[in-house]
Design a protein around this ligand. Structure first.
Ligand SMILES: NC(=O)c1ccc[n+]([C@@H]2O[C@H](COP(=O)([O-])OP(=O)(O)OC[C@H]3O[C@@H](n4cnc5c(N)ncnc54)[C@H](OP(=O)(O)O)[C@@H]3O)[C@@H](O)[C@H]2O)c1
Length: 266
């Protein structure tokens, strides 16, 4: 199977490297279309795979195409490749907010998957929500799931609207985690720890807490109750968090992200 990634940026190269590492494709079967000749040249000197800047030399050769440009560059890309695509090709779009229908109409294709990965995909620890147009077969869907799984876990959603919801939870989610970590690092430094000590204390606390959660059947509430003994230090912190409505604030923040994802898709 020949795969073409359209857009050799952060996510595009993450996928190319993941597919090669998992031996899903050989270097000869992995193609990447860049915007400029210089970029294609530069990447072919440092990365495995075949790099192009002329869509006429690669688009029709691919069995599967991954749309990995920024949403604002999509219309121009569609203009460049519309006359080159083949009806049987499967398209996976990872572009935030760009609807299945928009892609199908713009390219005149029917087999389209829309996927929302997140940043930890870069280290194989991502999570990707994906959905598909009706014409994608079960076999093609399994193949796509195998491809997406090379960057972490996957969740198939029936409704396309759930991709906007996943954007607000797992797509933007890493930034929420870093926001919380940042505040804890600040707190640690204000208590006299050096920057590196503060970062270690906080990042290992996150890693350990999440690993523990993943290895058990307990809910977050159960684990909070295990840490927070009555009248103790954790309870003192949680009382302040609750007084500040932190829980509701996070839910409202995620809902705002979802509304923005819907707006951007219009
Ligand atoms: N980063 C994330 O965490 C994340 C998460 C989920 C989804 N996404 C989605 O992934 C997509 C890519 O994001 P990114 O962070 O990888 O962006 P990026 O690093 O800017 O990569 C986009 C690449 O597309 C290239 N490009 C633009 N127009 C092109 C064209 N007509 N033909 C060929 N290549 C073209 C750009 O080239 P130049 O640099 O030369 O302009 C750039 O290398 C976005 O749609 C985003 O919504 C990203």
């Amino acid at each position: 199977m020949k795969i073409l990634i359209l857009g050799g940026g952060n996510m595009g190269l993450t996928y190319a490297q993941s597919f090669l590492r998992s031996r899903i494709v050989t270097s000869d079967q992995m193609m990447v279309l860049c915007r400029t000749y210089e970029k294609a040249n530069q990447l072919s000197a440092t990365h495995e795979g075949r790099f192009f800047s002329d869509p006429r030399l690669c688009v029709s050769e691919a069995d599967l195409c991954i749309l990995a440009v920024k949403p604002q560059d999509a219309a121009k890309l569609f203009d460049e490749i519309r006359d080159l695509v083949e009806p049987g090709q499967v398209f996976i779009s990872i572009m935030a907010g760009v609807r299945l229908e928009t892609i199908m109409q713009a390219l005149g294709v029917q087999k389209v998957i829309r996927a929302m990965p997140n940043l930890p995909a870069q280290i194989g620890a991502g999570v990707t929500a994906f959905t598909s147009s009706d014409m994608v077969t079960r076999i093609e869907l399994v193949m796509v799931q195998n491809l997406l799984s090379t960057t972490g876990k996957t969740v198939y959603v029936e409704q396309e609207s759930q991709i906007d919801a996943a954007t607000a939870i797992s797509g933007s989610g890493p930034a929420y985690v870093y926001f919380f970590m940042n505040a804890m690092i600040e707190a640690a430094k204000s208590m006299g720890f050096s920057a590196s000590e503060a970062e270690l204390l906080v990042s290992q606390t996150f890693t350990g807490a999440v690993d523990l959660y993943n290895k058990s059947d307990l809910s977050c509430e159960n684990w909070i109750a295990k840490v927070a003994s009555k009248g103790g230090t954790t309870e003192a912190a949680l009382r302040v968090f609750n007084a500040e409505n932190l829980h509701e604030g996070i839910i409202e923040g995620a809902q705002a992200a979802r509304r923005r994802a819907v707006e951007l898709g219009k």
